[in-house]
Ligand binder design. Structure first.
Ligand code: TYM
Length: 323
């Protein structure tokens, strides 16, 4: 199992529910790899100091959330040059047309006319991340599903052309937390790179801020806690958050809060998030300046290079990049 997060900003409740929390559960069951997708982070403009700080912060957050360095291979993508090398060979087996159809590319390129070539080839680098490690499962939020699917297509195509080389990966997507929405605009995903301050809960926000943000989440005039994403998207989002963090089913939540007003329900959601993040923040503060992080990354660099190098050599040989 493998997944990665981009260090483009302090990670959000959406990233926690969509990716990290699942990794913490699955690490008991699978051989797991979690990395920092810093080379993906430079596909859009980002300040150098900010990026470097975000990288260290993200390693500390992984560990603080319960990703166990004993059970997971943890590394920095840019510490492993084989990802970019493998990506190039995959790009040469990926069609312009299929990359053009990626919805994330369409959205991001529409926002900035001066988008880079890297933003376009981003899914091939993501395929390299996945395919280099014989990954079977990729836990992601629904917004990344299309990218895992293109990685599958590329793997199948490469295997057909050059013989068995890659495991064909599958996305692992949890229903309840597939997409956590912005609290101020519940039709938009909660995103780390978002400018919305009130609508995005960051894992390092202090707990009073978290409670306030949830209390002022946009709802509707229905006034009853129902799971109806179409007509009550704000409440449906809060139900998804509550469900993902407590394990209580949607039906049970609706039943439990049947007679409650929105204020009461919001308070309950705020309590659940605040309690979870308070513990994570305490651990984060112990870790952020420790050498432990560097040791973990050094070890991860060594091990991940060994694995990816073997796949890289195999690909080169099959393609005919040999003397
Ligand atoms: P990124 O950094 O945008 O997001 C990291 C993970 O968080 C999930 N996610 C969400 N889940 C639920 N609700 C949300 N609002 C929300 N926002 C984000 C994402 O689906 C993702 O699982 N391209 C990837 C990083 C990457 C990667 C990989 C992932 C690079 N290589 C290989 C898996 C395998 C990305 O931008 O994620």
């Amino acid at each position: 199992m493998l997944t990665g997060l981009q260090p483009t900003g302090t990670i959000t409740l959406g990233n926690y529910i969509g990716a990290i929390k699942q990794m913490v559960e699955y690490q008991e069951k699978y051989k797991s790899i979690i990395f920092i997708a810093d080379m993906h982070a430079i596909t859009v403009p980002i300040d150098s100091e900010t990026l470097a700080n975000n990288i260290r912060q993200l390693v500390a957050i992984y560990i603080a959330c319960g990703i166990d360095p004993e059970k997971n291979l943890i590394f920095l993508q840019s510490d492993n040059e084989f990802h970019a090398n493998i990506s190039w060979m995959l790009e040469c087996n990926t069609y312009f047309g299929e990359l053009s159809r990626m919805t994330q590319f369409k959205d991001k390129s529409a926002k900035n006319q001066n988008f880079t070539a890297g933003l376009f080839t981003y899914p091939a680098l993501m395929a390299a991340d996945i395919l280099a490690y014989d990954t079977h499962y990729v836990p992601v939020g629904i917004d990344q599903k299309q990218h895992v699917e293109i990685a599958r297509d590329i793997a199948i195509r490469f295997n057909k052309k050059y013989g068995d080389t890659f495991v064909v990966p599958e996305p692992l997507i949890r229903e309840a937390g597939t997409k956590i929405m912005d609290l101020q605009d519940p039709t938009k995903k909660m995103s780390k790179s978002s400018e919305s301050q009130k609508g995005v809960i960051r894992i390092l926000d202090d707990v009073n801020t978290i409670r306030k943000k949830i209390n002022s989440a946009v709802t509707d005039s229905v006034g009853k806690v129902n799971y109806d994403p179409e007509n009550q998207p704000g409440i449906a989002n809060l139900i998804n958050i509550y469900t993902s963090l407590t394990g209580v089913s949607k039906e049970e939540v609706v039943e439990q809060f049947a007679d409650a007003n929105y204020g009461t329900f919001k308070k309950a959601v705020g309590d659940v998030v605040a309690e979870k993040f308070e513990k994570i923040q305490a651990r984060y503060n112990e870790l952020i300046n420790s050498d432990e992080l560097d040791k973990i990354l050094d070890e991860g660099m060594k091990k991940s290079r060994e694995i990816a190098k073997a796949k890289y050599e195999m690909m080169k040989n099959k393609i005919g990049l040999r003397r």
